[in-house]
Design a protein around this ligand. Structure first.
Ligand SMILES: Nc1ncnc2c1ncn2[C@@H]1O[C@H](COP(=O)(O)OP(=O)(O)OP(=O)(O)O)[C@@H](O)[C@H]1O
Ligand SMILES: [Mg+2]
Length: 337
């Protein structure tokens, strides 16, 4: 990793404190945008710039993003209701899928249409909504698959062990170091199939770090993770930022988003409907409306009490979600005081 990858906390950051879970609150990065937080706002130092990207599946437009910039050395959350197009956008940005139109650049280089393995070589890795650990390989073998440009993979070199043995040892050492950091070292010889859902998520993240990435894309890192592992996963993501890695993650858990994201991008029906710092964006009307996507039978007027009417099951659920988000926001604001 380069020497600029150890920022000692950006200027204008909040003072560190302690969270409800007992961990140290780390400073949020501020001053990321060059203007008011509206969809498409330019960033002071973008690592990724996306323009007019669309992806259609038959008659359905899954992604239709006009302009979006991802800030460097920060944690950006991509949120939105089910089917908003978050995973599809991830797939495009990583080269796992091809758009119908659009361009995007990574670190100033145009990478639209470049396949996933080349994008990964440029320092961008991703994890999946459903973990992709290879069940019949051991934990250590899974880790080694994450190492970049392995010499033994070339056809002729595979027959000459002296070419790849040194690299193999270095990769193994690095893998063990990461497994220790993620507290999976005791499982190194176990098959990935024997890990719990949360441990697989940790393994996937550890494996992503084998290539010293500059940008990590995490698709729902918290889904299916046992609450006992949640805090450690959050800390690992915050550690990445401290190491100078840029993180873009998709998540439905709003508490987590509020806790670790420096910037939040909200998608609905394929478009970016809002973006900004977590506290402001979550109060945004467009964001609350976007979440109605998963509660389409709900009349927002009834939920907010403006229109008289019966609250159905879905409306009650939505109201509860809003109340929980509000309570968390108030509690956190008080904690900060
Ligand atoms: N391969 C595909 N073929 C057809 N339709 C697809 C395909 N992949 C995604 N879609 C559709 O595109 C839309 C966006 O899906 P996507 O998985 O990107 O949403 P998401 O925001 O990640 O949702 P979730 O929060 O449920 O993971 C959905 O309507 C989905 O059904
Ligand atoms: Mg998804």
């Amino acid at each position: 990793m380069s020497s600029d990858q150890n920022p000692q906390g950006p200027p204008g950051a909040q003072a560190p404190g302690t969270t409800a879970t007992g961990s140290i609150r780390r400073p949020k990065k501020t001053g990321l945008a060059t203007g008011p937080a509206v969809p498409g706002v330019a960033k002071t130092d973008p690592i990724m710039v996306i323009d007019s990207v669309s992806r259609r599946f038959g008659g359905l437009t899954a992604v239709d993003v006009d302009h979006l910039e991802i800030p460097r050395h920060a944690i950006t959350a991509l949120i939105g209701p089910n089917g908003a197009g978050k995973t599809t956008l991830f797939n495009l940005l990583c080269g796992f899928d091809k758009p119908n139109s659009g361009t995007w650049s990574y670190d100033g280089k145009d990478i639209a249409g470049i396949p996933a393995f080349k994008v990964a070589r440029m320092g961008q890795v991703r994890t999946f909504q459903l973990t992709k650990a290879l069940s019949l390989l051991t934990v250590l073998e899974n880790m080694k698959l994450g190492a970049p440009r392995q010499k033994g993979e070339r056809f002729w070199s595979a027959f000459i062990p002296s070419i790849w043995r040194g690299q193999e040892t270095a990769n193994e050492e690095k893998a063990r170091g990461l497994l220790q950091r993620f507290r999976l070292d005791a499982k190194e010889k176990d098959f990935a199939a024997s890990l719990s859902g949360g441990q697989r998520k940790l393994l996937e993240m550890a494996r992503a770090l084998m290539s010293d990435p500059q940008l990590v894309l995490l698709d729902e890192p918290m889904a299916g993770v046992n609450p006992a592992l949640t805090q450690s996963l959050l800390d690992h993501i915050l550690d990445l930022k401290d190491l100078g890695v840029t993180v873009l993650f998709v998540e439905h858990d709003m508490h987590m988003v509020r806790h670790i994201a420096d910037w939040v991008v909200v998608m609905a029906e394929g478009r970016v409907v809002a973006e900004g710092p977590p506290d402001t964006v979550m109060q945004d009307r467009a964001v609350i409306d976007a979440y109605l996507g998963s509660h389409q039978d709900v009349d927002l007027g009834v939920v907010t009490g403006r229109v008289p009417g019966e609250l159905g099951e879905s409306a009650k659920e939505l109201l509860q979600e809003i109340e929980v988000a509000e309570a968390a926001s108030i509690a956190e604001a008080e904690e900060e005081k």
